[in-house]
Design a protein around this ligand. Structure first.
Ligand code: C2E
Ligand code: CA
Ligand code: CA
Length: 431
């Protein structure tokens, strides 16, 4: 890693939200050629560090990671760049060299960091892609980023190697997607959100699925990546949101008050006029705005916090609610929670699950729940898979959960049946 570039990145990274070119461009002079490995690495639950130790420590930690990675890669011909707390590294050399670099990155991140008086042990997720054929660099980087996304959403393995260019061809998927919407191949599933006090299903999150004619069911992450690639992100969002809201209107009486949460992307939010388009979709579906929640990630708001805040306030003024999604991932801080007009804080699966086994993570979770309560926000814990997790969350004042313990994403019939069965059980309990 080249010194000057790094210090420039560092200055840029410190002032979060003020991204500059140096933060996003890769100096590739050192790694020309076709024999490249791309590695993206991100600490897990970075926000936990920010919440537990403060932003300054978080910034120092990113700098320390930066130093450690550059030390680890000094023997390699490499270029690196960082965006927030995510590092992207390109290494020149054959596959063996690439593997050695991945090893070096893994080893660099597995030891604790000493920042001030604190000793911080980080987890990290790593995505790796190896250049194949005459693949453009941009494509290689995208595959590494996708591998990181997979590593983030999977249990266990922390390093993911992307299939080579001959694996799942995103370009082909992107081409297929052009017709998928018209052909009704894009569908939504609904995952229940459960009240932690009385066990009632009070709402659902709508999650996109693609029934691909040849490949079978394609998951949300791949679908979204293909849509971005095809320039169809906005069309897909419109379609999925409208579909989810229309479906919810058709549910039987027993579900007629069920809340419906739809995901809103950074692109959706930055597109004007976001608010009137969103509300038009609500209106067209004929659903009461009071049943609708927009789920937004912090990442979607970094570029223009003020505009995002205004948009979210307008949705709330119209009766919709707003959830901050995936809290506990990425580079973020509690100050967002205090500033933005929100109703729910969704606690990411990584934090929910870490808190069961580990006392320090439990303290952080407790802190997050306490702050949410103090600000009058409801909390939705994601990725709840066991009774132990559910009980731990309930005891700490978390209000709702979502996870396989109740159900994964369901089709309409599955959801209706589940709610009916739960209601029947509730009635029996009364008698
Ligand atoms: P998310 O918003 O955090 O959604 C929750 C994801 O976690 C879903 O994956 C869900 O199936 C999975 N999940 C739920 N409960 C559990 C659990 O107990 N354990 C584990 N291990 N996983 C659980 P899915 O459907 O693959 O969605 C992945 C991500 O893709 C979503 O994360 C969301 O960010 C995005 N996404 C999904 N559908 C849409 C959509 O319609 N529009 C947009 N913009 N994004 C979407
Ligand atoms: Ca979500
Ligand atoms: Ca989430």
């Amino acid at each position: 890693m080249e010194r000057q570039t790094r210090s420039m990145q560092r200055a840029a990274g410190r002032r979060r939200g003020e991204r500059t070119a140096s933060d996003e461009q890769l100096d590739l002079a050192a790694v020309a050629g076709r024999n490249l490995t791309a590695i993206t690495a991100a600490p897990t639950s970075f926000e936990i560090v920010n919440a537990a130790y403060g932003r300054q420590t978080g910034d120092q930690l990113v700098d320390a990671i930066d130093d450690r990675l550059s030390g680890a890669l000094i023997e390699f011909r490499s270029a690196a760049v960082r965006s927030g707390a995510t590092f992207t590294i390109v290494v020149a050399g054959d596959a063996q060299v690439g593997d050695a670099a991945v090893d070096a990155v893994e080893r660099a991140l597995e030891h604790p960091f000493a920042i001030g008086n604190e000793t911080i042990l980080l987890g990290a997720r790593i995505g790796v892609a190896r250049m194949s054929g005459d693949e453009p660099l941009e494509h290689l980087l995208r595959r590494a980023a996708e591998a990181l996304a997979h590593a983030r959403s999977s249990e266990g393995a922390t390093t993911r190697i992307a299939a080579d260019g001959t694996g799942v061809p995103l370009a082909a998927l992107a081409a297929d997607l052009h017709r998928a919407i018209e052909r009704h191949e894009i569908d939504v599933r609904f995952q229940p959100q459960v009240n932690l006090i009385d066990g009632r299903i009070v709402g659902v999150e709508a999650l996109a699925r693609w029934h691909h004619p040849r490949l079978g069911e394609v998951g949300a992450e791949t679908l979204l990546a293909a849509a971005d690639r095809a320039g169809l992100g906005v069309a897909l969002s419109d379609h999925v949101q409208a579909l989810a809201l229309r479906r919810a209107v058709e549910w039987p009486d027993a579900l007629s008050r069920m809340r419906v949460a739809v995901n809103v992307t950074a692109t959706d939010l930055s597109r004007t006029p976001f608010v009137s388009r969103f509300l038009a979709r609500v209106h067209e579906a004929g659903i009461a705005p009071g049943r609708v929640t927009a789920e937004v990630t912090e990442g979607a708001m970094i570029d223009n916090l003020h505009a995002a805040g205004t948009a979210l306030a307008a949705l709330r003024a119209a009766g919709c609610r707003v959830a901050l999604d995936d809290f506990g991932t990425g580079y973020s801080s509690l100050s967002y929670v205090a500033t933005l007009p929100l109703d729910y804080l969704k606690i990411d699966r990584s934090l929910t699950q870490a808190a069961v086994g580990d006392a320090r993570n439990r303290v952080v979770l407790q802190g997050v729940l306490g702050i949410a309560e103090g600000l009058g926000l409801e909390t939705v814990a994601e990725g709840v898979e066991t009774d132990a997790q559910r009980l731990m969350l309930a005891a700490r004042g978390c209000t709702l959960y979502q996870g396989f313990l109740c159900a994964g994403p369901l089709d309409d019939a599955g959801l209706i049946e589940l709610v009916r069965a739960a209601d029947a059980k509730g009635e029996q309990a009364w008698r």
